[in-house]
Design a binder for this molecule. Structure first.
Ligand SMILES: NC(=O)c1ccc[n+]([C@@H]2O[C@H](COP(=O)([O-])OP(=O)(O)OC[C@H]3O[C@@H](n4cnc5c(N)ncnc54)[C@H](O)[C@@H]3O)[C@@H](O)[C@H]2O)c1
Length: 384
């Protein structure tokens, strides 16, 4: 990466951060334990609702800044941004302008135009922006990526992603930014499903076409609570994705099938299965019309592990200490957002959308959705 203006520090635990949106659920549930585990120092916190920042600051003896300007004037190396995602681009830019590295919650932004502007700002600043896409650090995802890169699956033919994030309506109703075009810029795909899509594109690369059916089945929201998406790669591989916050399905998993082997990522770990030779060779050789193509039994390659915010902090702090790149840079975070933006466009148009997507086209789409927004729907069902 480009060198920063300051000499590279050497100790990851010496990283000093300021925190924006310290009152958020995610900061308190995941970032605080990660900060305590990694020894990163908090030199100040801020939240648009001061009482929320004051609460967490009092517990840990951290300074509370009354304004964002006051926070960014503190002597720190990096900023942690945990505000709702439509605010990320503006806040991250403010942090880069203040010469800080940035660790920002996912998604980096709903708009590709904002991600592109931030990527350019990163390059100009010599600082780095890391996005919290912690599933990339799961032991099973790390190993799946290594096996795919080593060619163990042969030619990838098919992937199937199934994930559910069942929510109560109050999850949306009590936090008004959720589930609206203005407040969130997307639905279950952009919020919870971002992780599943990110793992898929991290493993298989960005697809070349997206066809989607997004709908709102149960939740009192204007964006989708249920998504079916077909991804197509030029080489012939396809993936089908079903993600919902409107039902409880049977365990979240990603299955990838190739000509030489298959793998299955679940909350339990990575399972693999190999074929008896590459299927393309089997298909090309002479033999009985009804001969079976043999495959091994599934076996556990690695149990579930990692994927924690503490690992994200370690990766970020090490990148800062070594003046290197974090695992999920602004540029690396873009592919999943592009797929999700294309899915929203595709579903509305009832047509396949080719990638790369024109960022301005998606901006116009999102602006129109926001302008036409009816606001939050009230729940149609009351419990019996
Ligand atoms: N990595 C993960 O697994 C994961 C999990 C949950 C949430 N998230 C992400 O974290 C972000 C926050 O989600 P949440 O559910 O914790 O939100 P939340 O609603 O609990 O908290 C949002 C906080 O942001 C504050 N805020 C709003 N505008 C602000 C501003 N301009 N400046 C400073 N503070 C401001 C609010 O006062 C509130 O305290 C979202 O982008 C979400 O997608 C990531």
């Amino acid at each position: 990466m480009t060198a920063g203006a300051d000499p590279a520090p050497s100790d990851p635990a010496g990283l000093r951060v300021v925190v924006i949106a310290a009152g958020s659920h995610i900061f308190q549930a995941a970032h605080v334990p990660a900060i305590l585990a990694t020894g990163v120092q908090v030199v100040g916190v801020f939240d648009a609702e001061p009482s929320r920042a004051a609460e967490v600051a009092a517990e840990h003896g951290w300074k509370v800044a009354d304004t964002l300007d006051e926070l960014l004037a503190l002597d720190a190396d990096a900023a942690v941004v945990c505000a709702p995602h439509p605010l990320h681009a503006e806040l991250v830019q403010r942090c880069l302008d203040a010469q800080l590295w940035v660790l920002v919650e996912k998604p980096l932004a709903a708009r590709l135009s904002e991600i592109d502007a931030l990527t350019a700002a990163v390059e100009a600043s010599g600082r780095q922006v890391a996005v919290v896409q912690q599933h990339r650090l799961r032991a099973e995802v790390v190993q799946a990526r290594r096996r795919i890169a080593a060619g163990e699956l042969g030619a990838v033919h098919r992937a199937v992603v199934t994930a559910s994030y069942p929510k109560r309506a109050s999850y949306y109703v009590d936090t008004p930014w959720r589930g609206t075009w203005q407040g969130e810029g997307g639905g279950v795909l952009l919020n919870q499903g971002l992780h599943d899509i990110d793992v898929l594109v991290h493993l298989l690369g960005r697809p070349d076409a997206v066809t989607a059916n997004l709908r709102t089945l149960v939740q009192p929201i204007e964006t989708e609570d249920t998504a079916d998406v077909l991804l197509e790669w030029t080489g012939g591989a396809t993936a089908t994705v079903h993600i919902t916050s409107a039902a409880r399905l049977d365990g979240n998993r990603t299955e990838i099938f190739g000509s030489g082997g298959s793998l299955r990522l679940s909350q339990d770990g990575l399972d693999i299965r190999s074929g008896h030779g590459d299927f393309r060779d089997f298909a090309a050789t002479a033999g009985g019309h009804f001969d079976a193509y043999e495959v091994s039994d599934w076996r556990r390659a690695v149990p579930h592990g990692g994927g924690t915010h503490a690992e994200v902090y370690s990766d970020f702090a090490t990148a800062w200490a070594e003046d290197g790149e974090p695992l999920t840079t602004a540029r690396a975070a873009r592919d999943a957002v592009e797929v999700i933006a294309a899915a929203a466009l595709s579903s509305t148009r009832r047509a396949t959308v080719s990638l790369p997507l024109d960022p301005a086209e998606f901006d116009a789409f999102l602006d129109a959705r926001i302008a036409a927004s009816p606001g939050r729907r009230t729940p149609e069902r009351t419990p019996a």
